[in-house]
Design a protein around this ligand. Structure first.
Ligand SMILES: O=C(O)/C=C(\CC(=O)C(=O)O)C(=O)O
Length: 301
C-alpha cells in the first residue's frame, strides 16, 4: 500500500553530528519512534498525519551513533492502536528496547500479555487535539485500570493550556504517569508563572508523576536551533527543563523524539540535541539519574 507524506513533512536530519557530550554508560533514549515501513506496517486510517518511513534499523543505528545503550520506543498516533511496528522493533532489539503502546478498550488480555512479553511497559494517552480525537475519560480510566496489574505506566501528551481541565483526571490515574515534553509549556511565559506553576504543583503533590524533559525543538521560540554545531541550543527552554531536573531528579527522562514527527520550523541535528543535555542536567549525577537510573528503573526493572 502506497502512502504519501503529509505536505511539507520534514524528514529527520541526515548525517547527525557526533555528540561532544559523552553519554554515560547505559544511557537510554527514552522517547523515540518507529514508523512503518508503510508497505509492511500500514499507517492507521484514523491518523492525522502521514510520516516518512523510519525503520527500527535506522533507529538502532542512530542509538549507536549517538552513544545510547537502549531505546524506549513510543507508539505515535500515525499508527493508532496498531502496535505491530512497535512490537516488531522491540523483538528485534535484543532486549535493548522497551515500548509504550497505544491500546483501546477492545484490547484483549492475551494481546496485553503478548505486548508485555515483547517489552511493552506502558500505554499512551494523547490529548493533543491536532493529533487525536477525544476519548471519554471513563474509557481511558478503564484502560488504565486494565494495564495497572501488568505494572505498566501511563504516558500522557497534552498542551499546557489544557492542563487545568485535565488536572483532576491526571492526578486520579492509578499508575505511574509520565508526561511527554513537560506538558508543552509556553516558554515565552516565566518559569515562575502560574501556567508552569500548575505543572510543578502536579509533580510536587503527586510523586507518581514523572516528566520527560525532551523536545526543546518543539517548544523554543527564540532558539538558537540545534544546527551548525550549536552547543547552547534552545536557551528559552533550558530554564523549564533544568528546573524539573534539579527539583525532581528521580522522576525525569530524556529522549531524542527521533524521527521528530510534525516539526515545521526546522529539523534538529540529533547530535546537537544530545549536546543540549548538559545545559539542563549540569552535573554528572543529574545526567546519570536522567539518562540511566530513572529509565532503567522504570523500564528494565
Ligand atoms: O512525537 C512526539 O512526541 C510528538 C508529536 C507526535 C506524537 O506525539 C504522535 O503522533 O503520537 C507531535 O507533537 O506531533
Amino acid at each position: 500500500m502506497e502512502f504519501t507524506k503529509t505536505p511539507g513533512w520534514l524528514d529527520w536530519y541526515t548525517g547527525p553530528s557526533k555528540p561532544r557530550f559523552q553519554l554515560p554508560a547505559g544511557a537510554v533514549d527514552a522517547h523515540c519512534h518507529v514508523f512503518g515501513p508503510g508497505d509492511k506496517f500500514p499507517y492507521a486510517p484514523e491518523r492525522k498525519y502521514t510520516p516518512c518511513d523510519a525503520s527500527k534499523e535506522q533507529l538502532f543505528a542512530l542509538r549507536d551513533h549517538l552513544g545510547f545503550d537502549k531505546n524506549v520506543i513510543v507508539q505515535a498516533t500515525c499508527h493508532g492502536s496498531d502496535n505491530r511496528a512497535l512490537v516488531d522493533a522491540l523483538k528485534a532489539s535484543n532486549g535493548k528496547a522497551k515500548g509504550v503502546a497505544t491500546v483501546n478498550r477492545n484490547v484483549t488480555d492475551a494481546e496485553l500479555q503478548e505486548m508485555h512479553a515483547a517489552g511493552v511497559r506502558g500505554t499512551r494517552f494523547n490529548f493533543v487535539k491536532r493529533l487525536a480525537d477525544f476519548t471519554p475519560r471513563e474509557v481511558l480510566l478503564e484502560i488504565a485500570n486494565r494495564i495497572a496489574p501488568l505494572g505498566w505506566h501511563v504516558v500522557i501528551y497534552f498542551e499546557a493550556v489544557d492542563l487545568p481541565e485535565l488536572y483532576d483526571f491526571f492526578t486520579a490515574l492509578p499508575t505511574t504517569v509520565v508526561v511527554d515534553h513537560m506538558g508543552r509549556p509556553d516558554v515565552s511565559k516565566p518559569v515562575t508563572g502560574p501556567e508552569f506553576g500548575l505543572f510543578l504543583k502536579m509533580m510536587r503533590e503527586h510523586s507518581n508523576i514523572w516528566s520527560k524533559v525532551s523536545c526543546p525543538e518543539r517548544l523554543s521560540v527564540s532558539g538558537p536551533k540545534a544546527l551548525n554545531g550549536e552547543q547552547h541550543a534552545y536557551q528559552d527552554v533550558v530554564p523549564f527543563a533544568k528546573h524539573l531536573v534539579e527539583t525532581f531528579p528521580d522522576r525525569v527522562l530524556w529522549g531524542t523524539d527521533w524521527p521528530h514527527p510534525n516539526l515545521k520550523d526546522h529539523m534538529p541535528d540529533d547530535g546537537l540535541l544530545v549536546d543540549y543535555i548538559p545545559q539542563i542536567a549540569p552535573t554528572a549525577e543529574l545526567q546519570r539519574k536522567l539518562l540511566v537510573d530513572n529509565p532503567t528503573r522504570l523500564y528494565w526493572s
